[in-house]
Design a protein around this ligand. Sequence first.
Ligand SMILES: *[C@@H]1O[C@H](CO)[C@@H](O)[C@H](O)[C@H]1NC(C)=O
Ligand SMILES: *[C@@H]1O[C@H](CO)[C@@H](O)[C@H](O)[C@H]1NC(C)=O
Ligand SMILES: *[C@@H]1O[C@H](CO)[C@@H](O)[C@H](O)[C@H]1NC(C)=O
Ligand SMILES: *[C@@H]1O[C@H](CO)[C@@H](O)[C@H](O)[C@H]1NC(C)=O
Length: 396
Amino acid sequence: MKNLVFLLALTASLRTAFGQSAGTVSSIISKTTSSSSVKPSSTLPSLPDAAANHGAGQWGDKFNQGAGGGENSGGAQTAWIPTDGSTPPDEAVAKFLMARQAGLSSQYLYQLSPNLVDSAALRGFTGSLVPTLDTQDANLGGSAQVFLSHGERDTLSTTTRRSLHERSLCTNATAPIHLFSGLGNSVTILQADIPFDGGILHVTDGFFTLPKSLPDSLSLTPEAATFGSYLNSSNTSFDATPAATVFAPNNAAVLAALSTNQTLTADQATALVGAHVVTGYVAYSPLLISGTTLKTVSGPSITIGTGSDGSILVNGKSKIVKADIVITNGVVHLIDKVLFTPPSLTTPSATPPPQFTGAASWSPHDIRGTGWFGGIVWPVFVAAMIALGGNMVFGI
Ligand SMILES: *[C@@H]1O[C@H](CO)[C@@H](O)[C@H](O)[C@H]1NC(C)=O
Ligand SMILES: *[C@@H]1O[C@H](CO)[C@@H](O)[C@H](O)[C@H]1NC(C)=O
Ligand SMILES: *[C@@H]1O[C@H](CO)[C@@H](O)[C@H](O)[C@H]1NC(C)=O
Ligand SMILES: *[C@@H]1O[C@H](CO)[C@@H](O)[C@H](O)[C@H]1NC(C)=O
């Protein structure tokens, strides 16, 4: 995860620049269209042939069946094909991949985008949101599932005296591009921008990980196991919620806030978990712009900021230590401090933990707004609508 931490550091400085004014959101969106010079053409090889020419024929061949590949691509213009010898994520998927209708499996649909997404569009070091064709592993209010990409900034831009905004545009055109999917797993593009008759393909060093539910994602993330057990003790798993952002405190954070890993009652667990979940809005890391305010389900609003080391801070004190764990109904970010401790949870320590001091506005009632996008801040709402609903690549 070293790379991700590095990227987050880079990302945060841009957030400061963009966070100055809400109007910048439209300028972010205007940069989302791919600058591709690749033009699909019927004189180009089919997807399986193009993949085979670049060491990815083993899996590329499967993309010509059903929904994926070539002129029968079912709307896909970009494919991410694992290089020969890559192992599919699990046995069940592996069996399905071998089936005749492999192209219809969600694993394939998750590796296809309806957009033409070239390496330039994927390079934004602050991250790009890439829409896929996979609706089977998505509970996002009708939108298909996404994955995230991160490029890297060139080293020159960190040393020369340019504005933050100018520096943000200097992505390194030779550094690897990392793609983040379920469980926060990442793959790297080995060969980019290979044209085929229906679009372009990229050869990756492995398969994407299909997003899983929130309870399963937390229990499969060892650093978040304690918070995951509290989610299981609470009265909701947020499984049916069509969009959610979860700031999950890691095990050390929970221990520090509660002094011991107490067994919580359902009410206590519900209050604690709800203070770390935002519903109605999916705040993938490119949308965590400094100054953004979000409303949690059972706690006060939280504000996104930038740490002195360039990290993303929540409420000025909790650092995001792992971002963009894509789940079926949104995203999880791991944080290193509990955001709010519900009053019902007393701790043995003599002085209350610092997070109490800012929590004067704590109220136990449900402060979600009404309707789908109740809890969100307007400019980010616009960005999310377009990113999730408008079939665009969201890159900065
Ligand atoms: C781009 O990244 C590569 C590989 O990470 C590195 O060797 C090179 O120095 C970087 N170039 C710039 C201009 O930062
Ligand atoms: C508390 O810690 C113990 C020992 O580390 C562990 O076995 C147990 O599962 C933890 N309980 C919770 C609720 O996380
Ligand atoms: C929470 O419940 C899910 C099933 O919904 C289970 O798979 C998972 O292991 C549980 N997590 C913990 C930390 O107990
Ligand atoms: C869960 O608990 C909260 C707060 O105690 C309450 O507002 C909510 O209605 C409960 N939800 C369910 C599904 O029981």
